[in-house]
Each structure stands twice: as structure tokens, then as C-alpha cells.
Design a protein around this ligand. Structure first.
Ligand SMILES: *Cc1c(COP(=O)(O)O)cnc(C)c1O
Length: 423
């Protein structure tokens, strides 16, 4: 007998490519079918078949307050009653921009968009316009959304020769995308030595969250800052995950580095579609209509999304990040011990409310070591945890996210579920 999830997936596959609107949701890489979700509250979600799961995906990061936070939900309801979209400025846009600037002083000015992808794509255009240069340095294993220029892979031969990472991206579009290794400053230095006068920007996830969690080596971010300054390139911190997750001031606050531009998304929308980019006033003023760099959006600064963002940021400002970080570390460390108790090799990375358990003996410090994780073991772990009522990311190369809604009882129950998984 088919479950309702399976029936929906079958229907979805007739009308939606692969049955999903974002590829990783299909759970292909862990060999499962997706769970269709009916509702969610706090740390938990319920499938359309009524299964209750403790969630560590949290919509891939946005829900630091947990699902369906009462204050955020009330703010969205209030906004919806006043109109869902005006195509004209509204007060919420000003409020959210002010809240962002108050938390992240490097962002003198902020432009709202509707996704992280739009934020990075627009920041890149702005950096190119501002520097009158075309090239960009990005790092293997870092993800900056699905705009063409970012979807580059390493070509054969020269490390610096990029090829499209997907069909549909012209080779010409990624010829200006220079790839470097995360945490390898020598590599970036060499690129600047060779092409420094043509490099508009370096874009980096200051804490990498899209190859599993990989922390920046001591001196790496500072080194990028110095190289950018020396060569007149802009440093873009893609804080779409880390913004408001590592703390109110993001990775830039935590590591004390001032980027020229910052991109945000995920948490600042409180679960609604929001992205933002911002930075130094003189750079941001190049954006139309105060400047000549075109960027626009029908639903940008949407009043519902602004209300959700403002409610989220105001509540976060009252919460204890350090306590959540300590609880998350204790939990992840215990989870590692449970898995090691089963004779499995585990390498744990952790910061704030995010962590990754890599199934490898190799300490994970960069993309190459992240790739040593045993994806088959992860698939077994994923399926076993899902059966036992825990929703993990359906890929071995992702972070797990805790939230302020995860109670000690939730974490204990998750460890109990892990003890029962047979490998
Ligand atoms: C999720 C993510 C993006 C893309 O954001 P979307 O809202 O999915 O377009 C960009 N950068 C980073 C670091 C991300 O994690």
C-alpha cells in the first residue's frame, strides 16, 4: 500500500521536474523518496501521513526560531490583513534595513531582494561595476545560489580555467570565474599575482556550510581581506547561512573582518522569501536609482516578508546564542560518540547552532577532506533516523541546524533514535 507521501510524489513527478522545486529535496542522494510535509511547529514537522519528526533541516537554515514561531506568524497575519504586495515602498522595508544595519555595521545601505541567489548575483554585478573589472574568485565547495556565473567547475589543466558546472551555462559566462581552494590562501595569492588587476571581487562563505560545515582556518579570512585591499578588489561575504546564525553580527562580527559587501538570506526572511545585499555607502549608491547599476524586483521588500524578517530579528536579539551554541556542541559531541560506539569513523565540525558529522577518520578542514565522507554510511544513517522520527538533511554534504525551539528533551530523543540505527 502506498503512503500519501508516495502518492503525492507520483503526482508531483507528472507536473514538476523530479517532483520537487529544488533538487536536494528529492532525497535522491540518500536513496529515499521525499516526505511531503503537512505542517510544522517548533522543532518538529509532521508528514502528510502523520509521522512526527524532530527536524534538523529547518528549511535549510532560515528557521533559527523554530517552525511556526508564534510572534513571527502573528506578524505575518497582521501584514497580510493590510495587503500582500503594493509595488510601492512600505514601512517594513525601512525597518528591516535598519535592523540589518544595526546588527551588521559594515552594511551602511541594504537592498532587499527575494532570495539568496538574487542577492549574490546582484552583489557580483555591483562589484564588477564598481571596480570596472570582470573576474571573480570563488571557492570550490562554496555555494552562492544558482546564477550562471557561480555555476563553474574546475576545468582540466590549469587550476584557474573554469568550465560550466551545468549544461545551459555558456563557457563565456564562467570564463571570468576563477576557482580557488577554500582555506588555501597561497592559492588565492597566486591568482591575484597573475590576474590581480582584473579581479573585481572575492566571494566566500566565511564559514562554509554547503560542503558540510567547514570552518575557516585561522588567518584565512584576514588573508582574503588583505589581498582584496592590496589589489583593489571587493571582498564579498556570502552570509546567507551565517548571517544571524553565528550571532547577531554574523561571521564578520565573530571573526572581526569587515567585508566590502555582504549577502544575506535565509534567517532574515524568517521563513519567507527574502534576500538582501549591502555594504559601504559609496559602493551601494551605485545601485539604481541612486546610481547606474540596474537591479529590480516586483516582490522585493514584500510587506509579508519584511514583517516576518523584522519579527525574527527582534526576537533573536533577546535570545541567548551562547547557550544554544553550548547545547548544540554537547549534543553533536554525544552523537559522534554514539556513532563511534558503533565502530564508525566520525569527524565532527561545529559552530554556533550548526554542525556536520562526516563519516571519515580524516579531520575535515577543506573541500578535499569533506569529500572523504562515506556517503553510503550517511544514507544508512539518514534512513534509520527518519524511520526513528528524526529529519536530517538528505545529503552527506550538508549542515545540521538546531534552533532555539529545540529542547533538551528533543536532543535526548534524537540521541536515543541514533542509538537504534543499525549500520
Ligand atoms: C542558500 C544559499 C544561497 C542561495 O539562497 P537561495 O535563497 O536558495 O537562492 C546562497 N548562498 C549561500 C551561502 C547559501 O547557503
Amino acid at each position: 500500500m502506498n503512503t500519501k507521501s508516495q502518492e503525492l510524489f507520483e503526482r508531483a513527478r507528472q507536473v514538476i521536474p523530479g517532483g520537487v522545486n529544488s533538487p536536494v529535496r528529492a532525497c535522491k542522494s540518500v536513496g529515499c523518496d521525499p516526505l511531503f510535509v503537512a505542517r510544522a511547529k517548533g522543532s518538529r514537522l509532521w508528514s502528510v501521513d502523520g509521522q512526527e519528526l524532530i527536524d534538523f533541516v529547518m528549511s535549510w537554515g532560515p528557521l533559527l526560531l523554530g517552525h511556526c514561531d508564534p510572534e513571527v506568524t502573528a506578524a505575518v497575519h497582521r501584514a497580510a490583513d493590510l495587503g500582500s504586495s503594493f509595488g510601492a515602498p512600505c514601512e517594513g522595508e525601512v525597518g528591516l534595513a535598519e535592523a540589518v544595519r544595526a546588527a551588521l555595521p559594515s552594511m551602511d545601505m541594504v537592498r532587499m531582494v527575494s532570495s539568496g541567489t538574487e542577492a549574490t548575483m546582484s552583489a557580483l554585478r555591483l562589484a564588477r561595476a564598481y571596480t570596472s573589472r570582470d573576474q571573480m574568485v570563488k571557492f570550490h565547495g562554496c555555494y552562492h545560489g544558482h546564477a550562471d556565473s557561480f555555476l563553474a567547475s574546475a576545468g582540466s589543466g590549469l587550476l584557474t580555467l573554469s568550465i560550466p558546472g551545468t549544461p545551459g551555462v555558456p563557457a563565456d559566462t564562467v570564463k571570468d570565474t576563477l576557482l580557488a581552494d577554500y582555506n588555501d590562501l597561497t592559492n588565492v595569492e597566486a591568482l591575484f599575482k597573475e590576474k590581480g588587476q582584473g579581479i573585481a571581487c572575492v566571494i566566500v562563505e566565511p564559514v562554509a556550510g554547503n560542503m558540510g560545515l567547514v570552518l575557516p582556518k585561522k588567518g584565512f579570512l584576514k588573508g582574503l581581506r588583505d589581498l582584496c585591499t592590496q589589489y583593489g578588489a571587493l571582498l564579498i561575504f556570502d552570509e546567507v547561512i551565517t548571517g544571524f546564525r553565528l550571532g547577531l553580527s554574523g561571521a564578520q562580527g565573530k571573526y572581526g573582518i569587515v567585508p566590502d559587501l555582504t549577502t544575506l538570506g535565509k534567517i532574515i526572511g524568517g521563513g519567507l522569501p527574502v534576500g538582501a545585499y549591502g555594504g559601504r555607502r559609496e559602493i551601494m549608491q551605485r545601485i539604481a536609482p541612486s546610481g547606474d547599476v540596474y537591479q529590480a524586483g516586483t516582490l522585493s521588500g514584500n510587506p509579508l516578508a519584511m514583517a516576518a524578517g523584522i519579527a525574527t530579528l527582534s526576537k533573536l536579539a533577546t535570545l541567548d546564542y551562547a547557550a544554544l551554541e553550548a547545547r548544540t556542541l554537547a549534543f553533536a559531541t554525544e552523537m559522534k560518540a554514539v556513532l563511534e560506539g558503533k565502530g564508525l569513523p566520525v569527524s565532527l565540525t561545529h559552530i554556533a547552532s550548526m554542525f556536520t558529522l562526516f563519516f571519515t577518520e580524516t579531520p575535515v578542514k577543506d573541500f578535499a577532506t569533506a569529500k572523504t565522507t562515506n556517503a553510503d554510511l550517511y544514507s544508512t544513517f539518514y534512513a534509520g533516523m527518519r524511520k526513528n522520527g528524526v529529519n536530517l538533511a538528505p545529503s552527506a554534504y550538508e549542515c545540521a541546524f538546531t534552533s532555539f525551539a529545540h529542547s533538551d528533551a528533543d536532543l535526548d530523543q534524537t540521541l536515543e533514535a541514533a542509538r537504534k540505527v543499525a549500520f
